[in-house]
Design a protein around this ligand. Sequence first.
Ligand code: SAM
Length: 291
Amino acid sequence: MLRNLDPILNKANYKSYQPNYPLEIVKTTLGDLKEKKLDFLLDVGCGGGQSVNIFAPYFHEVLAIDPSENQIKEARSQNKFAHVTYKQGFAEKLPCDDVSVDVIVAASSAPWFDRPKFYKEVDRVLKPEGRLIMFGYWMPSLVPIGVSGDVTELAKVGFSLFEDAILRGANGDLAEEGMNRICKRRYVDIFDEIMYLRKQQFDNVLTECVWSLDDAKEYVLAYITYNNYLKGKELEQRELSEEERNARLLELDYSEQFVRSLKESWGCTEMENSDVKMKVIFNFYGIIAEK
Ligand SMILES: C[S@@+](CC[C@H](N)C(=O)[O-])C[C@H]1O[C@@H](n2cnc3c(N)ncnc32)[C@H](O)[C@@H]1O
């Protein structure tokens, strides 16, 4: 059987391994604004509504937009706020009146926008002293639990194997490579693009959870660039018999190679993947800019 590459399945996997956004992000980005309820928040590229859920309590009204109908459907199905509206829309043509928005949030979505167009729209719709908040995260650190050795060194090796497995999926896909570069460089390129003089970066907002090695492998598999890569490889192998093709795909499957290399470098080759445990630390960074 070929690996199931159905994008919905992958999205479901992606969702279950995506980190929960810590409330600390709201504290860091809204600061004093948190103290009095603001009128209007626009969340751009809202996906399933993760960032809306942490920001919504601080606003009287929230509009959240995403081009993907599926994402909007999912966001609506989990929505628990009467003052939040989800609708289809694009960063490059914001569905808001001029000078009508207090805060714009783009959570893990700005790398996908046509940003020069987006910034023009931001400037059109933001009120004076309105705030633009963009944040994201890169690969988490993997810190072994219950393994002997220098944990800091082992975590370093783990991170580089993990990052390598995920980045290989972007091989040859320039758009994906570009987006990965922006995230890996912690939005410094985006920071330079912003025309507002009052702008600052933040970093090191952390959240932790515990994974098994099975979870880490699933994260690699769920990553969209990785799936594009496997899909491409599958097409390349069309002429082979199913058996040969599956053997070849297993060889090309970096998620398996990642598992093997990690176990070797952490000295736990004899353990089941489900028994190899690690502390997973996601580190959020971003930009706060004021009109
Ligand atoms: C990685 S997801 C992040 C979703 C959500 N903000 C979150 O933090 O979970 C990126 C989102 O950006 C959306 N997106 C891509 N291009 C966009 C555009 N031009 N305008 C608005 N959203 C866009 C995608 O549909 C996707 O839902």
